[in-house]
Design a protein around this ligand. Structure first.
Ligand SMILES: [Zn+2]
Length: 388
């Protein structure tokens, strides 16, 4: 894989960073674009392109020849331990060599502190600790919020990215008052069939590296607790979420001047929801839904349901009446509890059960026989399967 020197151009109000990519699948261009107002943040180094494209080169087992300047520390880590770690997570990857034209220590003295903002529980939790809280440690108070199009919008793509950004932008400028930067990219289109969930860390960190001229701390909201840190494949049985390894990999994706790190692993999922429920700004805008093609919470998917049940147990559900359709939630709730909460093996759902016990919250009686019925029918099915 050959990656050209980055080109930075301006087209009307947009600043565009692009590299040409030549590899076994053909010639293409990787680009990022953002409002020219933030041109000062954009680094002309090749770091962003290398982090973004490394996995693609590893999928095809192609050595990388990259023009432009790579930061010294990043080059060292990407050439060595980082590849070995992600190969453990995604075993189909192949180790590759990286040949860089120019390797220099990162320089400059950036002062910004950025985090991605999706209005989800993890991002509000980061804001609770690094923005809303009094006495944030000097140098760690958030100065910029980022909104990336690197794959999280699923099949909705660029259209949904823009739609969601516009909705959030009005709220961020009115309520939060921090610069809210939309970074568009075609990166997701290059990743072929490799899902976002399995590769979100390097995709998002490539954006932080793009902005390393002005950003010194990039805070990545954690998805899991310290006890869950895991390097390997398929721990949760639902696929391989790259977030399990963030605490280990983010320092390897940093440079001398850009410190990328994970925050929030001291909290369980229930702790985080309780923390966020103290942030008034979240009441109308909290967005937890897994349904990629909607701009509002569906109030029926497993994430909407789990969040709402936790809020209900905490006695805080009515605060969120504008962000969710509570009527729809209450219609589904008993069935959800019976199927997914009582006798659950899912660690996040088990947390909700413990929280209910702590709060002396009684699950509705109706959920228990249904649950029993589900178990019995499951048992019968598995016996029948064995007989077959
Ligand atoms: Zn939903």
């Amino acid at each position: 894989m050959r990656i050209s020197q980055p080109k930075i151009t301006q087209k009307e109000q947009e600043i565009i960073y692009s590299v040409e990519v030549n590899y076994s699948q053909g010639n293409t261009v990787l680009y990022y674009s953002l409002d020219a107002e933030y041109a000062d943040l954009v680094s002309s180094r090749s770091d962003a392109a290398l982090v973004a494209l490394l996995i693609l080169a590893m999928i095809h087992g192609e050595d990388i020849y990259i023009s432009g300047t790579i930061s010294e520390r990043l080059y060292y880590n990407l050439s060595g331990s980082y590849q070995k770690i992600i190969k453990n997570i995604l075993p189909y990857l192949q180790l590759v060599n990286i040949h860089a034209d120019d390797i220099q220590p990162a320089s400059g003295n950036p002062s910004g502190v950025a985090t991605g903002f999706s209005a989800g529980v993890d991002s509000y939790c980061v804001l609770a600790d690094h923005y809303y809280k009094k006495d944030v440690a000097p140098g760690f108070g958030i100065t910029h919020l980022l909104y990336n199009n690197v794959g999280s919008h699923g099949s909705g793509g660029e259209g949904l990215f823009k739609q969601r950004y516009e909705i959030l932008k009005a709220f961020v400028s009115e309520k939060i008052g921090l610069p809210f930067i939309a970074i568009n990219s075609n990166l997701n289109l290059l990743y072929e069939k490799v899902t976002f969930q399995h590769t979100h860390t390097p995709r998002n960190i490539s954006v932080a590296l793009l902005l390393q001229n002005g950003i010194k701390n990039y805070i990545y909201g954690s998805a899991y607790t310290y006890q869950d840190v895991f390097i390997g494949a398929k721990k949760d049985g639902y696929g391989i979420d790259m977030a399990y390894s963030d605490l280990v990999t983010l320092p390897l994706l940093s440079t001398k001047t850009l410190n990328a790190f994970s925050a929030g692993s001291e909290y369980s999922r229930v702790d985080k929801i309780l923390k966020v429920s103290q942030v008034e700004d979240s009441y109308k805008t909290l967005d937890v839904c897994v349904n990629n093609n909607v701009t509002e919470n569906c109030s029926t998917c497993y994430k909407c349901m789990r969040t709402l049940l936790t809020l209900e147990i905490a006695g805080a559900i009515n605060l969120y009446k504008d962000a969710f359709n509570l009527e729809v939630y209450y219609q589904q709730r008993d069935n959800y509890i019976a199927k997914h909460i009582i006798n659950t093996k899912n660690p996040l759902n088990q947390e909700v059960v413990r929280f209910a016990q702590d709060k002396n919250f009684e699950f509705p009686i109706i959920t228990k026989p249904v649950s029993l019925k589900n178990q019995v029918s499951h048992k019968i099915k598995s016996i029948l399967k064995k007989i077959k």
